[in-house]
Ligand binder design. Sequence first.
Ligand SMILES: NC(=O)c1ccc[n+]([C@@H]2O[C@H](COP(=O)([O-])OP(=O)(O)OC[C@H]3O[C@@H](n4cnc5c(N)ncnc54)[C@H](OP(=O)(O)O)[C@@H]3O)[C@@H](O)[C@H]2O)c1
Length: 323
Amino acid sequence: MKTRKLRDIEVSEVGMGCMAFSHGYGQIPPESYSIEAIQGAYAHGCTFFDTAEVYSPNLSGIGHNERIVGKALRDVRKNTVLATKLFLSSGEVRREGSVYKAVRNHLEDSMERLGTDYIDLYYLHRTSGGVSVEDVADAMGQLFQDGLIRGWGLSQVDVDVIRRAQHVAPLSAIQNIYSMVERDVEKGVIPYCLKNNIGVVPFSPIASGLLSGKITTRTQFEINDDVRNWVPQLSKRNIAGNQPIVDLLKETAAVKGATPAQISLAWMLKKYPNVVPIPGSKNKERILENLDASEVELSDEEFKSLDDALNHLKVYGHRGFSH
Ligand SMILES: NC(=O)c1ccc[n+]([C@@H]2O[C@H](COP(=O)([O-])OP(=O)(O)OC[C@H]3O[C@@H](n4cnc5c(N)ncnc54)[C@H](OP(=O)(O)O)[C@@H]3O)[C@@H](O)[C@H]2O)c1
């Protein structure tokens, strides 16, 4: 698979979001299936794997997903780029006496679960508030000097926060929501990142499945631990409202001999050279389908016609993510 750089970290052009093996999209598969799916992605050319300490069933524990990713990639660790994320509370910073110590505790726990002695890309996932991004950046800079991380990033942040962090310790990547139906980052975040050699890693790039064309107003989401029940964009009304966008994808996909999900990923790959999406799926076949978006080349003309058409279509609802 083609590769891209997140600052100086080389990754496959399409990465793999591993969250759903532990949380967020209903029933989780048996661990052996998840491990095979991750190994299948690696065998298919994926080198970039995204996890987080909080990805556990119902978000009730810590590390379920990191353990699975660690087990799956143990034998090929050196050939992979592992990205994980920490949630930092102001209380633990007070208890530990410094942001550095608090972040390092999280990092060491994540490394143990992932079975590695370094993390390639370490993100601040969220904080409880009361922790300054400058202090986190400073801690990440020290962890880089310690040789424990190869780069660091922030998740779901605006340009002001990125700028403040970047002045303290250069960022490798920003992981924000981005898809054909969530385009806020195009206004400020992506231009700033392009200018400052920061990668952009879109999460939910298929809009939680909407852009695959497989979700209809009749789709029943799972009852337990399925975020699609509360994503406003996936209310029946908004699924119906967004149908013209799905139809546009289906038309383009038919012309290109690709799938709608692949076109939605190929569109962002064509649009920005610093974007590396991490689609999520707990289905082995769809994981490979999404990785193959890297093979779908949109010509300049095809891209323009798709982008222009998209710009004229109204988007109904958002994912409901807060900053
Ligand atoms: N930083 C953050 O705050 C944050 C937040 C959310 C997610 N993330 C990361 O981003 C990754 C991706 O985000 P996401 O999983 O929320 O969204 P996504 O990739 O946009 O969508 C995942 C959903 O789409 C379905 N899907 C995926 N590919 C498909 C295909 N080709 N055809 C049909 N359906 C398809 C999946 O169903 P199946 O499983 O049935 O295929 C699943 O329900 C996560 O795994 C996680 O690592 C980060």
